[in-house]
Design a protein around this ligand. Structure first.
Ligand SMILES: *[C@@H]1O[C@H](CO)[C@@H](O)[C@H](O)[C@H]1NC(C)=O
Ligand SMILES: *[C@@H]1O[C@H](CO)[C@@H](O)[C@H](O)[C@H]1NC(C)=O
Ligand SMILES: *[C@@H]1O[C@H](CO)[C@@H](O)[C@H](O)[C@H]1NC(C)=O
Ligand SMILES: *[C@@H]1O[C@H](CO)[C@@H](O)[C@H](O)[C@H]1NC(C)=O
Ligand SMILES: *[C@@H]1O[C@H](CO)[C@@H](O)[C@H](O)[C@H]1NC(C)=O
Ligand SMILES: *[C@@H]1O[C@H](CO)[C@@H](O)[C@H](O)[C@H]1NC(C)=O
Ligand SMILES: *[C@@H]1O[C@H](CO)[C@@H](O)[C@H](O)[C@H]1NC(C)=O
Length: 364
């Protein structure tokens, strides 16, 4: 395991709001405070990523951004110019105030691990350093309450269901005092598609949703594979173009393309997501070697890992409980020297096979 992640869903903007730390509902008041205390293990880098339901990663706090420990206030944006911004010094109670572009979103906290037996303990200790609390906010309630009602009475067939939800979630956009937050094109296209301002969806009679869905899917699948969207690395690897991942503006094709393989992907200053495009099967008596021509460079707080998933996108179970390997896994060159322990920078291999690795492969 290379990084542990935990997720909180938050809702701000109401006189009665909710923070949902994984499953449990805490009643709350209208704005969210969250506290980052000094990490118990300062050598374990962490990231706190703020992402909206539509997938925009509008802010990242943590080791990479040299975030100060302390209390942060998360409150709905009041103007289009402060949406998604962090402002220090506006209130002495807080390190900074964060102006959220939606009343609903995710706080994704990730901790880089050292790949050792005590990882879970380390994560639990670091988790204690994060807390959220909701406090009173002045002003009119904004947006729907975060509860089952958001999903209630949506009894249409599948695609209409999604459109209905889009309409309801539209209400989580704070009404700013200048430009509206979604781009004008988005507003007019949603309105053409039947998504009303009152949170309701009415299918335009001329639209065959099943056909529209097929066309949209086909167009996004094509786009996902196109060089418009991906940068061609080499040997069958590609990567979404940096400007097309993490934040999307009115580029809904890129938004959908990323959501297909990595919903809640971060901006490129935080993470890179190279993808191997060719599909391959691995027989019980077959092996792959994944060859690195040299060691991927990492900064003090950076890491990389390779994780094996099956066609259902689940981790592949194995008797040696090895799911992922990377810079912290004591990988060695064929001469036995540590890849990340020497100045050498030759090629090294990762062996992928169903049977146990031979004893001259490390880590043991
Ligand atoms: C700072 O925020 C707290 C909590 O919302 C509030 O009680 C306090 O009045 C604010 N202080 C200033 C100077 O605005
Ligand atoms: C769902 O429908 C029922 C029955 O029509 C109605 O009483 C209720 O208010 C509706 N709930 C929502 C969230 O629309
Ligand atoms: C979308 O299109 C791809 C490629 O044509 C196809 O494999 C996939 O099943 C489609 N997905 C849905 C949900 O229809
Ligand atoms: C996607 O690509 C396929 C194969 O090249 C093509 O038949 C199809 O028309 C394309 N779909 C769209 C929406 O462009
Ligand atoms: C990437 O480049 C290689 C060689 O330059 C080429 O063979 C391959 O088709 C390209 N891949 C894509 C997705 O365009
Ligand atoms: C690999 O396994 C398949 C059946 O799973 C078998 O037919 C084949 O002979 C095996 N190949 C070798 C080289 O052992
Ligand atoms: C890497 O080696 C160090 C030193 O021998 C050891 O403490 C650590 O547990 C090893 N890590 C892994 C992932 O094997």
């Amino acid at each position: 395991m290379k990084a542990a992640a935990f997720l909180a869903v938050f809702l701000i903007g109401r006189t009665s709001a909710r923070v949902l730390p994984r499953g449990s509902i805490c009643p709350a008041q209208s704005a969210t405070e969250f506290t980052i205390t000094k990490p118990a293990y300062p050598e374990s880098p962490y990231m706190t990523d703020l992402i909206v339901r539509e997938g925009d990663n509008y802010l990242n706090l943590g080791t990479l951004s040299h975030t100060k420990t302390g209390k942060y206030l998360l409150t709905p944006a009041i103007s289009s110019s402060n949406a998604g911004k962090i402002v220090a010094g506006s209130n002495s109670t807080y390190q900074s105030t964060i102006y959220a572009p939606r009343t609903l979103g995710y706080l994704l906290i990730r901790i880089v691990l050292k790949d050792q037996g005590c990882d879970v303990k380390v994560v639990n200790k670091i988790q204690e350093g994060f807390s959220t609390n909701t406090i009173e906010r002045y002003g009119e309630p904004i947006g729907p309450e975060l509860n089952g009602n958001l999903f209630a009475n949506i009894s249409y067939p599948k695609v209409e269901n999604l459109m209905g939800l889009i309409a309801r979630f539209d209400e989580t956009i704070p009404p700013t005092n200048d430009e509206p937050l979604p781009p004008a094109e988005t507003i007019s296209e949603l309105s053409l598609a039947g998504v009303g301002k009152d949170g309701s969806y009415q299918r335009p009679t001329c639209v065959n949703l099943a056909e529209a869905y097929k066309a949209a899917n086909s167009s996004i699948v094509n786009y996902t594979r196109s060089l418009q969207f991906v940068k061609n690395l080499s040997n069958g690897w590609v990567m979404p173009r940096p400007s097309l991942i993490g934040t999307y503006g009115d580029n809904y094709k890129a938004r959908a393309a990323v959501a297909r393989f990595g919903y809640l992907a971060l901006t490129n200053d935080q993470a890179l997501y190279p993808v191997y495009l060719r599909e391959f099967a691995l027989g019980a008596n077959e092996s792959y070697t994944l060859r690195f021509t040299g060691k991927p460079p990492v900064t003090d707080v950076g890491f990389w890992s390779v994780t094996l998933y099956n066609s259902e996108k689940q981790l592949v179970s194995n008797s040696i409980k090895r799911y992922s390997l990377g810079d912290r896994s004591n990988l060695t060159y064929s001469d036995g020297n540590l890849v990340y322990g020497t100045k050498n920078n030759g090629p090294f291999d990762i062996l992928v096979q169903a049977s146990k690795p031979p004893t001259n492969w490390t880590p043991k």
